[in-house]
Ligand binder design. Structure first.
Ligand code: IVH
Length: 674
């Protein structure tokens, strides 16, 4: 490929990626799948690696991160980042209005209302149309330069395409983690045995300060822009907001211009409940005088502008009866107590249950069954119990005694030093732990066996057909036909899915086997560092500590996993079943889809190719390479000296056997004789 060709393709890819990004953030629409989007990005990165001279610092490839910042530089803000005066009272809001009216000597004015987004404020500096710096608020005068991390936030434009935009300007906004992303992240953490993060705001704040921007990129932060500063020729805050929209910043469409304080109060009342449905937490409303010249005249106090105020919503809290406490057992055996409440209406939904986190929390609240408890919707979607209404406590209430046996298998619970949760240690005999491990194994990020659902797992377990992931690979058609509602077609579909999972790359297999604290990212790093499951299993605690991302907690957990004979047997069975237990060194770049959905087994010696080469060609063209011949196999590529038993089996099962030449024909799109 020539430089010119590369330049052209890079331009096309950049335009495509930017187009899909904008579609997603501005219109909440998608035209391509996440996978296809990632493929475009991957291709762009590949070209930029091959032709580094063509890489620009506003390339969308910046979105995937990869920069490690050891220490964030402190930078001074051009304009200090002030805070806002705030109030919880409508009366004080009216007093604010009176002060504004007075300050403007009776001149007419309007307000611009926005929600107060509960995230992390950010200052974005643009020079000559390019994002050059992203800085946290810090102490208001100086903040941390988190540019590399900010660039991974896809809703923040890296470049402004409007030629008439001023040379220098600054945009302020709020970086946040959407509720759905936060919930997903917490699910993933629970899944690998980590404690949940407390709330989305702190998680967003922590994420923005992470050293590895590649991890920040995966966290899918978002940013609402709400303030334009600089030389831009606008007369009102409203025009500034429209300008930001035009430049393709993500502006929350919840703003409204209000003619007077009564309209402001209506706006506040309108959003009090509705804000629950927004993608992020909001804790109030920001009321700004709309005209900039009037803002200037009103000026600032030492700490905050006189032209704006934040009205804060009181956290909604209701009192209801605690009927009982139930206990859930997770995949890792961790016990979560749940408050079962008398149903009560709270900010738009009926609440029946609330998480109590752990035994310490119950003790801290001094909970009695039958108590009236206060329930709030805090930073999390799941409501929480914040206290007991002691005035309503009667003699009929009974203090909670925390369970000491597993509610599912009756094993005595244990507590690990330094951890708040109780655990059921019956790892291999406790039903939710076993089912949880299988569910973890089949999930999309792991072995991706989407023909198997949680309900099927439940049935397979109840019939004792599957007690561990390795059992999946021994399932037969007859086994599956025993399940409710399964016919030959659905059963074959499941078997196919299981068969196909054998081609899942090693890094996903490593995640799938469910080592505690080994999430997807750590699994990828371990796979790349140790290269095979055998080398990983043989690594000592100290050797493990040498690997990237691995600290004492993970090293210990990995050692414990591989030292357990039960796990050793399971791994041996998975290996025998034909799962990928070594890294595929070469990053596969798709060249075509001509072999898509086709599976191959390679056997024997070939004239023009090494076996690994053939394997790579198949993968590059969308096919899959399996290790064993089965009824679902599409092609057996037969070289010289192929084992006779393989051929026999293939013939018996009606698998198409092709030669090296026929394989080449297939690559050209021709069908081989069947
Ligand atoms: S305007 C000079 N608008 O609230 C005033 N701030 O206490 C500039 N915030 O640090 C701020 N949503 O992080 C403004 N729609 C909004 C906001 C907002 C959230 C945060 C911001 C600031 C804090 C002020």
């Amino acid at each position: 490929m020539t430089v010119e060709q590369a330049r052209k393709e890079i331009q096309e890819l950049t335009a495509k990626i930017n187009y899909h990004n904008e579609l997603y953030y501005q219109q909440h629409r998608t035209e391509i799948s996440d996978y296809e989007f990632d493929q475009l990005l991957k291709r762009l990165i590949k070209l930029e690696t091959d032709f580094p001279q063509l890489k620009t610092d506003d390339s969308p490839s910046q979105r995937v991160g990869g920069t490690i910042t050891k220490e964030f530089k402190t930078v001074y803000h051009q304009y200090p980042m002030l805070s806002l005066g705030n109030t919880y009272s409508r009366q004080e809001l009216k007093e604010f209005d009176t002060r504004v009216a007075k300050g403007l000597d009776g001149e007419p004015y309007e307000y611009f209302c926005e929600l107060k987004f509960d995230g992390v404020s950010i200052s974005l500096i643009y020079e000559n149309g390019r994002l050059v710096r992203g800085v946290t608020r810090g102490d208001g005068v100086r903040g941390d330069d988190v540019t590399a991390n900010v660039k991974t936030i896809r809703s923040i434009p890296l470049r402004i395409h409007d030629k008439s935009a001023p040379a220098n300007f600054e945009v302020r906004g709020e970086v946040f983690m959407p509720k759905t992303v936060f919930e997903q992240l917490n699910k993933e953490r629970e899944d690998i045995g980590e404690e949940r993060y407390a709330n989305a705001r702190n998680t967003a704040s922590g994420t923005l300060k992470m050293q590895d921007s590649a991890i920040v990129a995966q966290r899918r932060l978002d940013c609402f822009a709400y303030y334009l500063l600089g030389d831009e020729d606008v007369e009102t805050h409203e025009q500034g907001i429209h300008q930001l929209e035009k430049w393709k910043f993500h502006v929350s469409p919840t703003y409204r211009k209000c003619k007077n304080i009564q309209e402001v109060l209506n706006y506040i009342a309108y959003w009090e409940d509705k804000r629950e449905n927004l993608p992020l937490e909001t804790d109030g409303v920001v009321v700004k005088v709309n005209r900039l010249d009037q803002q200037d005249r009103l000026g600032f106090t030492a700490k905050s502008p006189r032209w704006a105020i934040a009205y804060k919503y009181k956290a909604q809290s209701v009192s209801t009866r605690l009927n009982s406490i139930t206990y859930q057992v997770g995949r890792t055996g961790a016990i979560t107590p749940v408050a079962e409440l008398e149903p009560v209406f709270l900010s738009g939904t009926t609440v029946k249950r609330a998480s109590l986190h752990n035994a310490n929390e119950i003790a801290r609240l001094d909970l009695h069954i039958g108590d009236y408890v206060f329930v709030e919707k805090g930073g999390e979607i799941i409501p929480k119990v914040t206290g007991v209404d002691l005035a309503k406590r009667t003699k009929n209430t009974t203090p909670v005694t925390y369970i000491d046996r597993c509610p599912e298998c009756n094993t005595k619970l244990i507590r690990i030093e330094g951890e708040a949760a109780h655990y059921c240690p019956n790892v291999n005999g406790c039903p939710p732990q076993i089912k949880g491990r299988i569910e973890h194994f089949i999930q999309r990020k792991a072995m991706d066996i989407d023909s198997l659902g949680f309900r099927t797992i439940e049935q397979l377990y109840d019939l004792q057909l599957v007690k561990s992931p390795a059992d999946l690979y021994d399932l037969t058609l007859n086994d599956l036909l025993k399940l409710d509602g399964f016919k030959e077609k659905s059963a074959r579909n499941v078997l196919n899915g299981i068969e196909q999972s054998k081609a899942t790359p090693f890094e996903s297999v490593l995640f799938a086997i469910g080592i505690r604290y080994v999430g997807k990212t750590v699994a990828e790093k371990l796979a790349r560092y140790f290269k095979s499951i055998d080398k990983l299993a043989a690594a000592s605690y100290d050797e493990l500590l040498q690997a990237p991302e691995v600290g004492e907690k993970i090293a210990l957990s990995v050692r414990q996993f591989f030292d357990n004979p039960e796990n050793q047997r399971e791994i041996e069975r998975l290996k025998k079943a034909g799962l990928q237990v070594e890294i595929n060194e070469k990053e596969i770049v798709r060249e075509s889809d001509i072999l898509a959905n086709k599976s191959f087994v390679i056997s024997g010696i070939f004239q023009h190719y090494e076996r690994d080469q053939l394997k790579e060609i198949i993968l590059k063209n969308g096919g899959r390479v399996l290790s064993a011949v089965s009824g679902k196999l599409d092609y057996l590529v037969a070289g010289e000296n192929m084992g006779p038993s393989k051929r026999e089996k293939a013939e018996k099962l009606g698998v198409t056997i092709i030669s090296e030449n026929e394989f080449e024909e297939l690559l050209k799109g021709k069908q081989p004789p069947t």
